[in-house]
Design a protein around this ligand. Structure first.
Ligand code: 5GP
Length: 440
């Protein structure tokens, strides 16, 4: 009989905020229990209500989100949900920043860049840091306001704080702090690029997850922490208070509460969001690399797939299947094999890596509804080989790509339409080359 894992037992209180309580566990000093509360607040606590059941909805949403982020290989402070309102997480020393990622201009950004239309799109994600403060104080310093926008100046090692509700270009920082007044460790600033990378990646994963549910994630706020060993983790929670999500142009998140929505309507939105996030998951997908002979060396395609998907290539969610069959010589066996493989994993793309006449690519394409990309493997020696897959008859929608790594990328792009992790990998690369144009 397998032993039931031990349920974590509550230890002492570590911290209590407006919407959650952090407790130690009695068993392990390096684990904490994070329990949500029914409270909903806005405007730094100026507006406050209770929504019965919100705690359970918040925990359910965070657990759904964190499970997906972890499945995508992101470092997240999440172990498991332990009851309706509570999840278990590695204990972290929290960094005092709110990291906001934006795909569209909403909320405070519109105050910093007035004149920008709400919903203005940023093809390259914006990342901003806000210093987490309360009581308009940071250590001995009085602040103009809480949660100011912060900018770290690498050369000077200083942190400038700005009023976040006014144009930044029209203000001087209201306070400039020395690094050691903010950082718990001297080299904390070195974490900033990694924080940005993880925050962007998490956004991309959730952006796709929401797209698949027919809604639009426009921005979110995340926080980070360091474990005892110094590992950086995306920590705290990501729930319906943390983001803005549009459904038919309307917010279904906490913005509805900030904008004065009726509590019942707000509660209904929180319920809807929790149940939509129940669907967040990675699909099971497959790339079939089809070769006409065991003499065809498919290494260039396999290598490119591995490079694109990192550890996910031939992992539990992406099968990479090499099928070997000449469609000229054994058409019946070949097509049966194709149908069997697609029956097993319907969410499949075929890359036909085949030399010489390459009738296989078009024939496979004509016999299935999954996309077939063909790479004329011998085109370098015999460029005329490409014609066998270019001028195809009607209803033979094979795509011909010469470069094996482009073929691999095209296959992953097709899978990424339904796969938050592949979308994250591809979009991250593309965004490195993009520039936002902000009309002024
Ligand atoms: P903004 O800066 O436009 O007000 O907010 C940007 C994003 O961060 C929004 O998705 C908003 O919900 C989230 N956000 C900003 N401040 C906080 C905060 O103090 N707590 C939480 N949970 N989310 C925040």
């Amino acid at each position: 009989m397998t032993q039931k894992p031990e349920q974590p037992v509550e230890g002492g209180l570590i911290a209590e905020g407006k919407t959650k309580i952090i407790r130690a566990t009695a068993q392990d000093p390096e684990q904490v229990l994070i329990q949500s509360k029914d409270d909903i607040t806005a405007g730094d606590g100026a507006k406050h209500d209770l929504i019965e059941g919100k705690a359970a909805l918040a925990t359910r949403t965070t657990c759904n989100v964190f499970r997906l982020l972890k499945a995508c290989g992101l470092p997240v402070a999440f172990d498991e949900q332990v009851d309706a309102k509570t999840f278990l997480a590695p204990r972290c020393q929290m960094l005092p920043y709110e990291v906001v990622v934006r795909r569209e201009a909403h909320g405070s950004y519109l105050k910093r860049v007035p004149g920008l239309a709400q919903g203005h799109l940023f093809p390259k994600l914006l990342v901003e840091f806000f210093l987490k403060t309360s009581g308009k104080k940071w250590k001995a310093h009085e602040l103009l306001r809480d949660d100011p926008l912060m900018e770290y100046a690498k050369g000077a090692g200083t942190i400038s704080l700005y009023e976040p509700s006014k144009p930044v270009y029209a203000q001087k920082p209201f306070l400039v702090l020395e690094g050691n007044e903010v950082f718990a460790r001297a080299d904390e600033w070195k974490l900033f690029p990694e924080i940005q990378k993880i925050a962007r990646r998490a956004f991309l994963v959730l952006e796709k997850a929401w797209q698949l549910e027919g809604r639009t994630l426009v921005d979110f706020k995340v926080e980070f922490g360091l474990t005892k060993e110094g590992t950086l983790l995306l920590a705290d929670v990501i729930d319906n208070d943390s983001w803005r999500v549009l459904e038919n142009g309307s917010y279904i998140d906490k913005q509805a509460y900030r904008d004065g929505g009726k509590l019942d309507d707000v509660a209904e939105k929180y319920r809807r969001v929790a149940s939509v996030t129940d669907h967040f998951r990675l699909p099971l997908q497959q790339v079939i690399i089809w070769r006409g002979s065991d003499k065809d060396d498919v290494t260039p395609v396999a290598k490119a797939l591995e490079q694109l998907c990192g550890g996910a290539a031939d992992g539990p969610r992406l099968k990479i299947t090499t099928a070997t069959c000449s469609i000229h010589k054994e058409p019946v066996r070949g097509l049966n094999e194709l149908h069997r493989l697609v029956q097993e994993v319907p969410d499949t793309v075929v890359i036909a890596f085949i030399g010489r006449s390459n009738g296989a690519g078009p024939t496979l394409s004509a016999s299935t509804t999954v996309p077939v990309i063909t790479v004329p493997a011998s085109f370098k020696d015999f460029p005329e080989d490409v014609w066998s897959s270019l001028r195809t008859p009607s209803n033979v929608p094979v795509a011909t790509v010469l470069d094996p790594s482009n073929a691999a990328m095209a296959a992953i792009e097709i899978l990424a339409l339904r796969n938050p992790q592949f979308y994250m990998f591809l979009r991250e690369q593309v965004e490195e080359r993009l520039v936002n144009s902000i009309p002024v």
